[in-house]
Design a binder for this molecule. Structure first.
Ligand SMILES: NC(=O)c1ccc[n+]([C@@H]2O[C@H](COP(=O)([O-])OP(=O)(O)OC[C@H]3O[C@@H](n4cnc5c(N)ncnc54)[C@H](O)[C@@H]3O)[C@@H](O)[C@H]2O)c1
Length: 342
């Protein structure tokens, strides 16, 4: 039995709570026992406000769990095997280190932390504890992106030639103390929303030689709110874009990619992946029906149960993703100068 404490019941924490409800229905070895949030109102509000359709919107029966307002108290009083940290980014590293040092497995939302040094502290704590720590870089478990990685790795369309990865949406609203709009606490759009595509670039192709980024600030104090990056790889063109300042009333969050290969292309748009082999009819590949939020937690729990290390999102790799994002920010500060990454 894995006894779990979920920390943070904001927009994303509610999504995790829904996932645990399903996991507990499916598997009696999984038991969410405690919820923790510093804001007591989070235990009164029923509806979440995550910008992903169908996630974090169901009603919650809080009476099923022990409720805590302080993580130290939860760690001291509740018998747990694992904590799930769904709290603002500036808290990830200290909270993960604390829980690991208490001998617990830790799942922690993305981005890993605000700096490579804070990421390294998490790696050191994992090594000290011998427990598992995984960062929720959910695209590594998202069926369309997982399929793309498979196509790249098995070479079925030849070598990748040119790739474009992007996401767009509105400015985050209603977060805890508006932490998303404080660059010192969230890293801004660049380290928060854009980190998903930075992680894809790193996961699919490894770290580039260097990066050039241009970005703009729209929300005072929020850092870079919209940006474009170019990554230098031998013989391959890779670009990303992000913008979280699209605030039209009916503007929906969207993510997409277009990856060209020597013998075809893979295009992900409107939540659908299509493969276009050159000169042949396009097709939609078979993929798992579950989304990455469910699949990443299922994977993490299975690794604990089976006593296996984390292979899909190792900490050294998610730390490199932060290194790449920090290099992008440095480049943007220098108006797009190429910044070495490796
Ligand atoms: N994987 C994804 O697609 C995705 C999407 C959204 C958010 N996230 C990540 O999830 C995390 C949380 O984001 P969110 O949108 O839910 O933020 P949020 O502001 O909506 O929620 C954060 C919650 O943490 C609570 N909190 C703050 N300090 C705390 C503390 N010391 N102890 C306990 N609780 C505390 C707040 O009261 C709030 O309820 C962030 O790291 C974010 O980047 C990931």
């Amino acid at each position: 039995m894995i006894r779990i404490g979920l920390v943070g019941l904001g927009a994303m924490g509610r999504g995790h709570l829904e996932t645990y409800a399903r996991l507990m229905d499916e598997d009696d070895r999984v038991k969410l026992t405690a919820l923790c949030d510093v804001d007591p109102k989070r235990f009164e509000t029923q509806q979440g406000n995550l910008n992903i359709e169908g996630v974090g919107k169901s009603k919650i029966d809080f009476s099923r769990y022990r409720l805590f307002f302080d993580i130290d108290r939860m760690l001291a009083e509740e018998p747990l095997d694992m904590v799930d940290l769904v709290i603002p980014t500036y808290l990830h590293s200290p909270a993960a280190v604390k829980a690991l040092d208490r001998g617990l497995h830790v799942f922690c939302e993305k981005p890993m932390a605000l700096t490579p040094e804070l990421c390294q502290a998490m790696i050191d704590a994992r090594d000290r504890s011998g427990k598992l720590l995984m960062i929720g870089q959910c695209l590594r478990f998202w069926p369309a992106y997982e399929k793309l990685k498979e196509i790249i790795d098995n070479g079925s369309l030849g070598k990748p030639t040119a790739g474009y990865y992007a996401r767009f949406g509105g400015t985050p609203q209603g977060s805890f103390e508006d932490w998303y709009l404080d660059e010192s606490r969230s890293g801004g759009c660049l380290l928060d929303q854009h980190i998903h595509d930075v992680d894809m670039v790193n996961w699919l192709f490894g770290l580039p030689e260097s990066v050039s980024t241009r970005g703009v600030n729209v929300n005072p104090g929020a850092g870079i709110d919209a940006l474009s990056s170019i990554y230098r790889y031998p013989g391959m063109s890779v670009t990303t874009e992000d913008d979280w300042s699209l605030n039209g009333k009916d503007m929906r969050f969207s993510m997409r990619f277009r990856q060209n290969f020597e013998r075809g292309a893979a295009v992900f748009e409107n939540n659908a992946l299509t493969i276009y082999p050159n000169g042949e009819k396009s097709y939609i590949p078979d993929m798992p029906a579950d989304n990455g939020y469910y699949r990443e937690l299922r994977y993490f729990l299975d690794r604990i149960i089976d006593g296996q290390p984390i292979e899909t999102a190792p900490l050294e790799s998610t730390r490199d993703t932060i290194r790449l994002a920090v290099a992008e920010r440095e480049s943007a500060r220098r108006d797009g100068d190429w910044v070495a990454v490796r």
